[in-house]
Write a protein that binds this ligand. Structure first.
Ligand code: FAD
Length: 403
C-alpha cells in the first residue's frame, strides 16, 4: 500500500524565471521541491516588463520586488503606428492613472530578475537545486521519475515542466504542439538618451514588427527591435554610433540623442501552443506552455499566472498533486487565458506583417476605437494586466453609475 502513495516531492524542470518562481510556489504550498536545471539568465541582455498582479504574486512568494533600484516603473505605454501603409492608426496612449493606478508595473533587467529569484530559491530550505539537465522521464500511475545527466534518479508526485520552448518534459508527457517560426528576429539592447523617458514605454508598429522602447532607471531604456532575421544581423553588425543614429531616427528623436550600451543579442521569433497543458503527471508552465512574439509584454506575465494556477490546485490536493483530476483542472483553467493572449498577440503580429487591406483595416479600426473611447481603452488596459479584470472594471463602473 505504501508503494501506492504518491511521493511528497515535486520536481521542477528548468531554472529559467518560470522554473524558479514555480519552485518557490511549490515550496510555499508545503512540498519538498527538486529544481533541476543549469543556472540561467546571467548573460541575458533582455529586460522583462512585469505587470502589478505578477509583481504582487512575487511579493507573496517572499521576493523583494524593489530589485535593488535596478527596475523602472511603467506609468504610460504608447502604441505608435510607424508603418507607411495606406491605412494608419492614431497614436494610442495608455496611462496607468486612467485605471486609478500609479503604475502598470516595472521593467526589470533579466539578469537582475534571475539573480533575485535565484537568491530567494537559495534561501528556501524546502528546495534542493540540481545544476544539471534531465536526460529522460518515466511517468507512471502514482509517480514520475526523472533520470538526471549526473546519474541521479529523482521521484515526485508531480513534475512542473518549465524547460522552455523545446520542452523535453512536454514530449515525455506525449503532449503535441502546433507552431511555426516567424520570418522575424528581435534585436535586443539597452541605450542611454539625453531626454527623460518619464516612465513611458513606446511601441512603434512597423511593417517588420514592433520596435519597443521600455524605460530603465535614469535616462536609460531597453529596446526590442523586431525585423527580418537578415536585417537583425545587419543592424547587429553596425558600430555603436551608426546603430545609435538609426535608433534615434526610428524614435523621431523623442528621447533626444541616443547612445547604445554594450550587450546586444538576437532572438529568433516563433509561435507554439501545446494541445493540452498537463498530462501524465507533468504540468507545463512558462514557454513550455506558450510561445509568441514579444508584443505587449505578455509572455512571463502569463507564465506567472500558470504558476499561480497550478500552485492553487496543488494546495487543494495535498495528498496527490499530480493526480489526473488535478492535471485536467489545470489544463481546463489555463486554456482561456493562454488561448486569448496567444491569439491576440499572433493576430496583431500578422496584421503588421500583412500587406492585405482587410488586416490593416481591422488593426486600424481597433486602435482608433481605443484612442477615441476611454472605456474601451480602460477595458484593454485592465485586461492586459490580468484576465477578467477588464470586465470587473466595467461592472464596477456600471455599479458606481447606478448608485
Ligand atoms: C525579446 C523578448 C522580450 C520579452 N519581453 C518580455 C516582457 O517584457 N514581459 C514578459 O512578460 N515577457 C517577455 N518575454 C517573454 C519571456 O522572456 C519568456 O516568457 C520567459 O523568458 C520564459 O521563461 P521560461 O522560464 O518559461 O523559459 P526559459 O527562460 O527558456 O527557461 C527554460 C530553462 O529550461 C532549461 N532546460 C531545458 N531543457 C532542460 C532539461 N532537459 N533539464 C533541465 N533544464 C532544462 C533551459 O536550460 C532553460 O534555462 C520576452 C521574450 C523575448 C524573446
Amino acid at each position: 500500500m505504501t508503494d501506492m502513495l504518491a511521493p511528497k516531492t515535486i520536481l521542477v524542470a528548468g531554472a529559467g524565471p518560470a522554473g524558479l518562481i514555480a519552485s518557490l510556489a511549490m515550496a510555499k504550498a508545503g512540498f519538498d521541491v527538486s529544481l533541476i536545471g543549469p543556472e540561467a539568465g546571467a548573460s541575458d541582455a533582455r529586460t522583462t516588463a512585469l505587470m502589478v498582479p505578477a509583481l504582487d504574486y512575487l511579493v507573496e512568494l517572499g521576493i523583494d520586488t524593489s530589485f535593488e533600484g535596478k527596475s523602472a516603473s511603467l506609468r504610460t505605454m504608447r502604441i505608435i503606428d510607424a508603418t507607411k501603409r495606406l491605412l494608419r492608426s492614431p497614436t494610442v496612449p495608455f496611462h496607468a492613472s486612467e485605471i486609478d493606478r500609479n503604475t502598470f508595473g516595472a521593467n526589470i533587467p533579466n539578469a537582475v530578475l534571475a539573480q533575485t529569484l535565484s537568491d530567494a530559491v537559495a534561501n528556501q530550505p524546502r528546495i534542493t537545486r540540481h545544476l544539471t539537465t534531465i536526460k529522460n522521464w518515466v511517468p507512471s500511475a502514482d509517480r514520475i521519475t526523472a533520470a538526471l545527466d549526473d546519474g541521479l534518479r529523482l521521484e515526485g508526485a508531480l513534475a512542473i515542466a518549465a524547460d522552455g520552448r523545446g520542452s523535453p518534459a512536454r514530449d515525455a508527457a506525449g503532449i503535441r504542439t502546433i507552431g511555426h517560426p516567424y520570418p522575424q528576429s528581435a534585436l535586443v539592447l539597452s541605450f542611454s538618451h539625453t531626454r527623460p523617458h518619464n516612465d513611458t514605454s513606446n511601441e512603434f508598429h512597423t511593417e517588420t514588427g514592433p520596435f519597443t522602447q521600455v524605460p530603465l532607471p535614469g535616462d536609460k531604456s531597453s529596446l526590442v527591435w523586431v525585423v527580418s532575421p537578415a536585417e537583425a544581423e545587419t543592424l547587429n553588425a553596425l558600430d555603436d554610433a551608426e546603430l545609435s543614429r538609426r535608433i534615434e531616427a526610428r524614435m523621431q528623436s523623442m528621447l533626444g540623442s541616443v547612445n547604445v550600451l554594450p550587450g546586444r543579442q538576437i532572438y529568433p521569433l516563433s509561435a507554439r501552443m501545446p494541445l493540452s497543458f498537463a498530462q501524465s503527471r507533468i504540468a507545463l508552465v512558462g514557454e513550455a506552455a506558450h510561445v509568441f512574439p514579444p508584443i505587449g509584454a505578455q509572455g512571463l506575465n502569463l507564465g506567472i499566472r500558470d504558476v499561480q494556477t497550478i500552485a492553487g490546485l496543488v494546495e487543494e490536493n495535498l495528498s496527490d498533486p499530480g493526480a489526473d483530476n488535478v492535471l485536467r483542472s489545470y489544463s481546463r483553467r489555463r486554456t482561456p487565458d493562454i488561448f486569448a493572449r496567444n491569439s491576440a498577440v499572433n493576430l496583431l503580429n500578422r496584421s503588421l506583417l500583412s500587406g492585405l487591406l482587410p488586416a490593416q483595416m481591422a488593426r486600424s479600426a481597433g486602435l482608433s476605437l481605443m484612442e477615441k473611447l476611454p472605456p474601451v481603452r480602460s477595458f484593454f488596459m485592465r485586461e492586459g494586466m490580468a484576465p477578467g479584470s477588464g470586465f470587473r472594471g466595467l461592472w464596477e463602473k456600471v455599479g458606481r453609475q447606478d448608485a
